[in-house]
Design a protein around this ligand. Structure first.
Ligand SMILES: *Cc1c(COP(=O)(O)O)cnc(C)c1O
Length: 418
């Protein structure tokens, strides 16, 4: 069920007219329908019914506390990549025993914070990290559960910036060399080896890289068992793709079936770290048209959202559908939808066929729920935008628009300049 629908030419989010929200909160803003969030989380979670599993939402895709709380209530945990994310997750009420910690560059302070918190598992990405984590745990008189993030050397067939499972990528430890690291980990007194983890990339639209990875990991688990290193958790990461334009990614049910088939009856507990597949199509960015202009053959639509608000088009040249918030008869033009930032890379869409918009009207940038707000910055001293959640006929501001005071908070002019 799509919770962004037109009724009498007006775009609605669940039961709320988007224009009405814009009048109250101004533009730009991110908008998330509660029903979609819940539906996406549960359809992923339910797809794995019948095997022990835990969904650790990848909170780097969207770390708003209201959203984390919602998933926590549905039984989810989170995958974190920093101490800041741990802080947010705990504040949002996520159960520490459902938190896994990924990332190639964990800082000692952050590891200690996570050890004290008693998280479920560290996904360790290098030998140095193993030793450092063991030392930290020893200092705190604790045992840290670990998985080694292995690099299976599988091509995720996705954008190179979001492909992580090839030998040449910075992530994880080569799957064949990982046995040696597991042996070291097993000897370290303040570590408890409990899992194998991997994450091969993002926006995958084929099942075969996932299945190939699982095959390799099954082999590893068996080899580890042969040397008495017994694995309890298989963390298969995230990466399932979504439809931005005309992609046809597998549904969570198909993904789950393919993995289940490969696993048969397993005693292992599976962990998943989905981000995009849950959030991507559960959020839009609403922005206002400021100006339209032409330069030679080219049409520009200048809107009040920019690359600092939604970085994906500039960063990955990624596609986001553009829809009017009020439908109507219009001339079709080809235009670049651009923001006010002083960079030519500041665009939300390029050479896009759209119904010619007029200044002052609202447009919706679709599929912006994942890696949208969470990647936003204040470049050009633009305050970060508001985030709004709709539930049925009501909307709730889940993050206030930043103020100019927020922009300069923490900055100091030294005495000698006074
Ligand atoms: C980014 C990331 C994810 C989430 O990826 P999606 O493609 O958004 O599902 C999961 N695990 C790790 C380790 C990541 O870095």
């Amino acid at each position: 069920m799509n919770h962004f629908q037109y009724s009498n030419q007006d775009l609605y989010c669940e039961g709320v007219k988007i224009e009405d929200i814009a009048e109250e909160v101004s533009t730009p803003f991110y908008l998330y329908p509660h029903a979609t969030l819940k539906q996406h989380f549960n359809s992923f979670n339910n797809a794995f019914e019948g095997i022990r599993h835990l969904i650790c939402f990848s909170m780097k895709s969207n770390s708003n506390m209201a959203i984390l709380r919602l998933f926590a209530r549905e039984g989810g945990g989170v995958d974190i990549v920093s101490g800041g994310e741990l802080y947010r997750a705990l504040k949002a009420g996520v159960n520490p025993e459902k938190i896994v910690y990924s990332g190639v560059g964990k800082r000692v302070e952050d590891m200690e914070y996570a050890i004290k918190t008693g998280i479920l598992m560290f996904n360790v990405e290098s030998r140095q990290e193993l030793y450092l984590l063991n030392d930290s745990a020893k200092r705190l008189n604790k045992i840290a559960n670990i998985a080694i993030r292995v690099n299976p050397d599988v091509d995720a067939q996705t954008h190179p910036y979001i492909s992580t499972g090839l030998k040449e990528n910075k992530f994880g430890i080569d799957i064949n060399e990982s046995i040696e690291e597991y042996k070291i980990a097993a000897r370290l007194e303040n570590l408890n080896v409990s899992g194998v983890s991997c994450h091969i990339g993002s926006q995958l639209t084929n099942l075969s890289p996932f299945v190939d990875t699982l095959k390799k990991i099954k082999g590893l688990v068996k080899r580890l068992g042969d040397i008495d290193i017994n694995i309890k958790y298989l963390d298969l990461g995230g990466g399932l793709g979504i439809t931005y334009d005309s992609e046809t990614p597998p549904m969570p049910g198909e993904y789950a079936d393919a993995l289940k088939k490969e696993l048969n009856k397993t005693e292992l507990t599976l962990i998943f770290e989905p981000g995009r597949v849950i959030m991507g199509n559960a959020g839009i960015l609403v922005t206002k048209v400021l100006y339209t202009k032409t330069a030679g053959e080219k049409n520009f639509v200048i809107v009040d959202a920019a690359m600092n608000d939604l970085m994906r088009p500039s960063l990955y040249n990624s596609f986001h559908a553009i829809q009017p918030v009020k439908e109507g008869e219009r001339e079709i033009i080809t235009a670049d939808i651009v923001g006010p930032i002083c960079e030519s890379g500041d665009f939300l869409a390029k050479n896009r066929q759209i119904g010619s918009p007029v200044p002052g009207e609202l447009i919706a940038v679709m599929s912006a729920g994942a890696y949208g707000f969470s990647m936003s910055s204040t470049y050009n001293s633009r305050p970060r935008v508001a985030e709004v959640m709709v539930k049925e006929e009501q909307y709730y501001i889940i993050r206030e628009r930043e103020s100019y005071e927020d922009l300069v908070s923490g900055e100091k002019i030294p005495d000698f300049l006074e």
